[in-house]
Design a protein around this ligand. Sequence first.
Ligand code: ACO
Length: 430
Amino acid sequence: MADNTVHLSLEGTDESIELPVYSGTVGPRVIDVRALSKVGYFTYDPGFVSTAACNSAITYIDGAKGMLLHRGYPIDELAKHSNYLELGYLLFYGELPTKEQYEQFANIIRYHTLVHEQVHNFFKGFRRDAHPMAIMCGTVGALAGFYHDSLEASSEHDRKVAAHRLVAKMPTLAAMTYKYSIGQPFSYPRNDLDYAANFLHMMFSTPCEEYKVNPVLARAMDRIFMLHADHEQNASTSTVRLVGSTGANPFACISAGIAALWGPAHGGANEAVLAMLDEIGDDSEENIQRFVDRAKDKEDPFRLMGFGHRVYRNFDPRAKVMKETCDEVLSELGVADDPKLKIAKRLEQIALEDDYFVERKLYPNVDFYSGIILRAIGIPSNMFTVIFAMARTIGWISHWNEMVSPGSVKIGRPRQLYVGSDFRHYPADK
Ligand code: ACO
């Protein structure tokens, strides 16, 4: 129901239109512009800077306050008291689980971790040096060819089974991309381990010796998953929704989300942060300042990776938790004086005091510290975005489920401001 209206009138004409205004629970109000197309106008908003494309009850971000809420709960409280699977249940089902619901959910995930044995053959078709995100796009989309009983978007049963399968199988596929790249045999999942510990086991165990999961690293991994689980209508989630609006199956939708996440302006930034720290190399004051100056120079394409965010104009609340986790992991591993961390901390300090960054409200985002943690755990940088994709899968599938559950979905179809040639005939003399 509209709680207000705006009137648009075109100067010099008697054209005018009344548009309803809606309020959400919190956050900016929205003007419902749907009636505009009936009178021959479209709105123009490249990059969706001012456009809400849907209703959602999953995640709320207040970028000015640096606040991130999942189903109303702040991310820092969740990171402290909860774990990835509980958060996943909350995102998908809408409420925190009871103890029994949690046990049941964790069990379902545990017993869906194996991938069909023929999926292994897919890997052999890739070059060993293929980017793991390329393998993820291919293999996750291919799951639709294996799990025919969970493809129907209109069926609540299929949607739940697809969500469970995706959350359960993503770590298995992710670890397989790594094992394939280094020429080691795949490690099968272990049902006695929890979600994050099982992922570390599949990444680092070999048939030759026992692998003991370090609980501090497993907890850090779980936190990384939590901090990446959902972030409302970002580029990859919007991609999943757009693809889902066509009625495409959930595996195809998530594969499209993975492709969108791959870009360096989105999920690829964590890999780009490490590449940037490597490029900076030397931790001298003059050298770090040189890179800060390059980031400010409009003629230079160099940007400080891990800084800035479309929505946050304050500290990314996830970056704060990530920084704490980073300190915990480095001290557990006895590498607290990691030179990359030293450069990162100095870079952060300079940028937070520099007018260019202060005026533009460019703060470190979630990716600034996650790469340092992952590298310390022994995960190569080309796997960072894969880990982001694993973690974000629950967010993507929750948004897809929210969109398709009411039964009728309007296909996503943006309009354009056409600036090409007007109608013209093919030249007769050509
Ligand atoms: N380094 C230097 N300058 C920057 C940076 C940066 N990292 N980010 C933004 N700016 C500047 C822009 O040049 C622009 O300056 P201007 O007003 O003088 O022209 C101003 O800040 C605003 O930047 P926009 O590009 O308009 O902001 P937008 O919201 O479109 O982009 C983005 C956000 C893509 C995240 C950008 O800040 C960026 O490229 N950051 C680096 C990549 C990164 O860390 N991405 C991860 C995002 S978080 C995630 O996906 C999980």
